[in-house]
Design a protein around this ligand. Structure first.
Ligand SMILES: O=C(CO)[C@H](O)[C@H](O)COP(=O)(O)O
Length: 223
């Protein structure tokens, strides 16, 4: 099976977690896009969705799924999103699609985080995938120095020759080459650096369920 077929399989499996008559949170990225396409087929089951990015909002609307402002939503039973890496305890690196801050915000309002990913995302130790950190633009050099002191190699994410700007008008520093021994501790430490908006470590609030696409079918992990 191709990686896209594995992503499609978990996107289909995640439909089981979509409650009737409720609002759900929806993530960003290629796996989340497959999920949105599946959701489109049963769109009348949900009242609407809260999107973790402008791209997701646009795709939801293209399927006729109402997109709600998070400020109008008190709670959600599920948030469904992909990951760049996930461990066997449910800690994740996210933000490959630059949506980490809104993803963390929407996830924080949901009771359950359902992670959907192809099986290659399951790792023993986080950190092969560069760790995204969203930063206030005027602080990017100062934050990069602090991140370098942690042992990795910070690189400003670029797009078309210019620093990439997130939906929040901020920049992303990707921290390369740092093996993450204690994700919860590192999440707190990086979030504490002045100028950091969010680090793409989801450990204090990791996944509750992971649906992982493998050649032998969808594997479910519960944390
Ligand atoms: O965190 C994310 C976006 O910010 C995505 O969930 C993550 O990058 C995985 O993407 P994909 O499903 O395309 O592999």
């Amino acid at each position: 099976m191709t990686q896209d077929e594995l992503k499609q399989a978990v996107a289909r499996a995640a439909i089981e977690y979509v409650p009737s008559g409720e609002i759900i949170g929806v993530g960003t990225g290629s796996t989340a896009n497959f999920f949105i396409d599946e959701l489109g087929k049963i769109k009348d089951r949900v009242k609407g969705a809260v999107a973790s990015s402008e791209a997701t909002a646009e795709r939801l609307r293209s399927h006729g799924i109402p997109v709600l402002d998070l400020n109008e939503v008190e709670s959600m039973s599920v948030y469904i999103d992909g990951a760049d890496e996930i461990t066997a305890t449910g800690a994740m690196i996210k933000g490959g699609g630059a949506a980490l801050t809104r993803e963390k915000i929407v996830a924080s309002v949901a009771r359950q985080f359902i992670c959907i990913a192809d099986g290659s995302k399951l790792v023993d130790v986080l950190g092969n995938f560069p760790l995204p950190v969203e930063v206030i633009p005027m602080a990017q050099a100062a934050v990069a120095r602090r991140l370098k002191a942690l042992g990795g190699e910070p690189r400003l994410r670029m797009k078309d020759g210019k620093p990439l700007l997130t939906d929040n008008g901020c920049m992303i520093i990707d921290l390369h080459g740092l093996k993450i021994a204690d994700p919860t501790q590192l999440e707190a430490e990086i979030n504490n650096i002045v100028g950091v908006v969010t680090v793409g470590l989801f450990a204090q609030r990791g996944a509750d369920v992971a649906l992982l696409g493998t050649a032998d079918g969808v594997k479910k992990l519960t944390f």
